[in-house]
Design a protein around this ligand. Structure first.
Ligand SMILES: [Zn+2]
Length: 436
């Protein structure tokens, strides 16, 4: 039974291994001890298994059994040390790993998993968000950004504009390639972030046009240049727009007759009211060249009449009574990227970075990219990999699933991902792997 399970992860790992093998090898002389691909696979395996001790456990298995899960699951030949991984991955440009993000989307599409992300008549929501993924007063590299703290100390940090497919109604998110924010002399933090957003849209946006994306972003995004950048690639936007930063737009609303709609929604044991207002063709800013956008607002009112939540958005999509509630739900889904997924990712990233240190050039960005790729492949497996899904369902929480994965891969060598997840699902031991 085990050997017949075809797992999407096997083919994704194969594609990843092929990509790692193409990374430039700066070693001179005799390179035969380790294949270049082993360094990328080794770091990826740590993120994918969510286990900082994965490589040392596999090295111990290898010693005792002559083989390990590094070979069988991740296609590695040998297991390099953390030091070797750091040295070899530090010069790698993270962008060289980016083709794997589109491969994840393609695997999701092929497996029918993209439907979970379709909203508003077949569109896909892509949330863009500025995120810091490293911060230290001690460690730094040539690509760190810097800022002074109030205590006079200099803090080094790395930031990126992260991109992820999200949707209201479920907790899944699929990370896409990020755009790294690089230090620019004299530029403000916000300026760097919005420039990175524009770079993402111009360079990454076109390849996702087939998904008919609607871009989600925070109040920083809801300025005319970013809205125009989205329209320029034929996509749509649905951005948070706060009253404090959109004075012209809100003064326009003051004098207008604004349509409203409300719905009673059961929340826990009681009903709350979702109240919507919207208006089409409102100027985004002052001046004759102002873009006209469509505005919408949601308020959540508790049974005592108290407003417990309020948010407002601008979009280039039509807004009316029949779609305003879905538009607001989609706009709010942007919070997933911060709350449900990327915080876990960031916290885990901080922990796992201790394995490899900070590097001198690109290591921090390479590790962040591998972390995002691991997360993307988890999401693909969660949605379209039947044997993986069955194991996830049998075990319950995500946390416990990875605890069990860590534990059993420490003691047993599995011939394939199919054999591993089948053991996790059924509790039956796998067929023995012959000693190498
Ligand atoms: Zn750095």
């Amino acid at each position: 039974m085990w050997s017949t399970l075809r797992v999407v992860l096997d083919s994704l790992n194969k594609a990843l291994k092929a990509l790692f093998a193409t990374l430039p090898d700066r070693r001179r002389g005799d390179n035969s001890t380790y294949a270049m691909g082993d360094f990328g696979s080794a770091a990826f395996a740590v993120f994918f298994t969510q286990s900082p001790s994965f490589l040392s456990r596999q090295t111990a298995l290898q010693r005792g059994r002559g083989t390990s899960n590094c070979q069988t699951l991740f296609g590695m030949e040998k297991i390099p040390t953390d030091n070797q991984i750091r040295t070899m991955l530090d010069p790698v440009q993270p962008e060289q790993l980016f083709p794997m993000f589109d491969k994840s989307v393609t695997a999701l599409e092929a497996g029918g998993g993209l439907d979970a992300f379709r909203r508003l008549g077949g569109h896909v929501l892509i949330a863009l968000d500025g995120t810091e993924y490293f911060c230290s007063q001690k460690l730094s590299c040539t690509n760190c950004c810097e800022r002074k703290r109030s205590n006079g100390k200099t803090e080094h940090f790395h930031a990126m504009v992260s991109a992820a497919m999200v949707a209201p109604g479920h907790v899944r998110a699929l990370p896409l390639e990020p755009e790294f924010i690089v230090a620019q002399d004299g530029a403000e933090k916000q300026d760097c972030e919005s420039r990175a957003t524009h770079r993402w849209l111009a360079t990454r946006g076109p390849q996702y046009a087939r998904l008919r994306p609607i871009y989600l972003g925070d109040d920083l995004s809801s300025r005319q240049p970013t809205c125009e950048a989205v329209r320029a690639i034929g996509a749509h936007f649905l951005f948070t727009a706060k009253p404090s930063s959109h004075k012209t737009l809100y003064s326009w609303l003051d004098g207008a007759e604004v349509p409203t709609m409300q719905q009673k929604i059961k929340q826990g044991g009681r009903f709350v009211t979702h109240r919507y207002r919207w208006l089409e063709a409102v100027p985004l800013r002052d001046g004759e060249d102002a873009m006209l956008v469509n505005w919408l607002e949601i308020e959540i009112v508790d049974p005592d009449g108290k407003v417990t939540y309020r948010n407002s958005f601008i979009t280039d999509l039509p807004v009316n009574e029949s779609n305003v509630a879905e538009l607001a739900a989609c706009g709010r889904a942007r919070w997933k990227i911060e709350n449900e997924n990327f915080n876990t990712l960031k916290t885990k990233g901080y922990n796992l970075e201790h394995n490899f240190g900070h590097g001198k050039e690109h290591l921090a960005a390479v590790l962040a990219t591998l972390n995002l790729l691991a997360f993307a492949m988890h999401t693909v497996a969660d949605l379209v990999d039947a044997p993986w899904k069955a194991a996830r369902a049998a075990i319950g929480s995500r946390k416990r699933f990875f605890e069990e994965l860590r534990t059993i891969t420490s003691y047993l060598v599995f011939q394939s991902w199919g054999a591993l997840v089948e053991t996790m699902r059924s509790g039956d031991p796998p067929p023995a792997v012959r000693d190498g």
